[in-house]
Write a protein that binds this ligand. Structure first.
Ligand code: NAD
Length: 294
C-alpha cells in the first residue's frame, strides 16, 4: 500500500514544492511504492506455487480420466472389514480403486496396508469423507471418473440399531440415496450394494432362498431393506446395472494376515458372532453361547 501520510519528521519548509499550486510525486516515495508492489507480487506468486503443491489444490485429480481397459471402482467403506478385503481383491485384479470412508468404524491401518501394497501411480486413492455430506459426495463424483461403485459403508450392528434407529436410517437408507443420486447425476451405471440377511427377519421356512419374503424385524434390517427398494425402484427405469448382496455372518480374513476384522472395543457390547468367536478363542470371554448353549 502506498504511504499517503505525511512524514512527521520532515520539516514543512524542506518539503519538495517546486511550483505553488502544483503537486509533483516525490521520486523517493514512488520507488518505495514500486518496491512494495513488487514484494506483494513475489509473495502472491510464492503463495500460488505453495497452494499448487498442496494436495487440496483443486487441480484435476489423477483419477479424473477414464482409461481404456481399466475399471475404476469406488469402494465406500473401504477402511472397514469387508470393504478393505474387497479393495485388496480389486487391486490384485488390476482395478483402479478409490476408497471413501469417514473412519467412524473403519481402520486407517487397513488403508495404509493397501497403500503400501499398491503404491503405483493411479492405482489407489483414499478420500476421507462422510457419505451423509451430499455436497462432498457429489464433488467426489465430479472430480473422479468412476466406472462402478461397491457400496459397503454403513453402521452395521443389530443391537445398536434398536438403541439408535435414526442413526441407522440416516447412515444406511439416506446415505445410499445420496450415493445413488450422485451416480445417476454422473452417469455411473454399475452398483454392487452390500445388504444383509437381516432383511429376511425370522423366516417361516429354512433354508432362506432368494424367494424368501423379506420381513425385517429390527431397524438395521429395515434400513437396509429400504435402501434395497430405493436401488431396485431406480434401476427399473434406468440403465443402471445393480447387484445386491445379502450375506450372513462374514468371518475370516486375508490368508496372508495383512487385513482382518478390527471392531472398535466400544462396539463389543453390540456383539457380532465373529467378534465373540475371537474373544472366546482368546479367553477374553469364558465361552460362546449359541442359541442359549455353550
Ligand atoms: N460383517 C458382516 O458380517 C456383515 C454381514 C452382512 C452385511 N454386512 C454389510 O457389509 C458392509 C460392511 O460391513 P463391515 O462388517 O465391513 O463393517 P465395518 O464397520 O467394518 O465397515 C464399514 C465401514 O463404513 C464406514 N462408514 C460408516 N458410515 C460411513 C459414512 N457415513 N461415510 C463414510 N464411511 C462410513 C466405516 O468407517 C467403516 O470403515 C455393511 O454395509 C454391512 O451392513 C456386513
Amino acid at each position: 500500500m502506498p504511504n499517503f501520510a505525511r512524514g512527521r519528521s520532515q520539516p514543512r519548509s524542506t518539503r519538495s514544492k517546486p511550483f505553488a499550486g502544483m503537486e509533483y510525486p516525490d521520486p523517493k516515495r514512488k520507488s518505495n511504492f514500486l518496491g512494495k508492489v513488487l514484494l506483494a507480487a513475489i509473495l502472491t506468486a510464492l503463495c500460488i506455487m505453495m497452494l499448487k503443491q498442496s494436495p487440496s489444490f483443486s487441480a484435476p485429480s489423477l483419477f479424473s480420466q477414464h482409461e481404456e481397459g481399466i475399471t475404476h471402482v469406488l469402494v465406500t467403506g473401504g477402511a472397514g472389514y469387508i470393504g478393505s478385503h474387497a479393495a485388496l481383491q480389486l487391486l490384485k485384479e488390476s482395478y483402479r480403486v478409490t476408497i471413501v470412508d469417514n473412519l467412524s468404524r473403519g481402520n486407517l491401518g487397513a488403508i495404509k496396508i493397501l497403500q503400501g501394497l499398491f503404491p503405483e501411480h493411479r492405482r489407489l486413492q483414499f478420500i476421507y469423507t462422510d457419505l451423509g455430506d451430499a455436497k462432498a459426495v457429489n464433488k467426489i463424483f465430479s472430480e473422479n471418473a468412476f466406472d462402478a461403485v461397491m457400496h459397503f459403508a454403513a453402521v452395521a450392528y443389530v443391537g445398536e440399531s434398536t438403541l439408535d434407529p435414526l442413526k441407522y436410517y440416516h447412515n444406511i437408507t439416506s446415505n445410499t440415496l445420496v450415493v445413488l443420486e450422485s451416480m445417476a447425476a454422473h452417469g455411473v451405471r454399475t452398483l454392487i450394494y452390500s445388504s444383509t440377511c437381516a432383511t429376511y427377519g425370522e423366516p417361516q421356512k429354512m433354508p432362506i432362498t432368494e424367494e424368501t419374503p423379506q420381513i425385517p424385524i429390527n431397524p438395521y434390517g429395515k434400513a437396509k431393506k429400504m435402501a434395497e427398494d430405493i436401488i431396485l425402484d431406480f434401476s427399473k427405469n434406468s440403465d443402471m446395472a445393480v447387484m445386491i448382496l445379502r450375506y450372513f455372518n462374514v468371518i475370516g480374513s486375508d490368508p496372508e494376515g495383512r487385513l482382518g476384522e478390527a471392531p472398535r472395543p466400544e462396539l463389543r457390547e453390540h456383539g457380532r458372532i465373529s467378534g465373540a468367536c475371537f474373544d472366546a478363542a482368546r479367553g477374553i470371554i469364558p465361552g460362546l453361547k449359541i442359541l442359549g448353549r455353550f
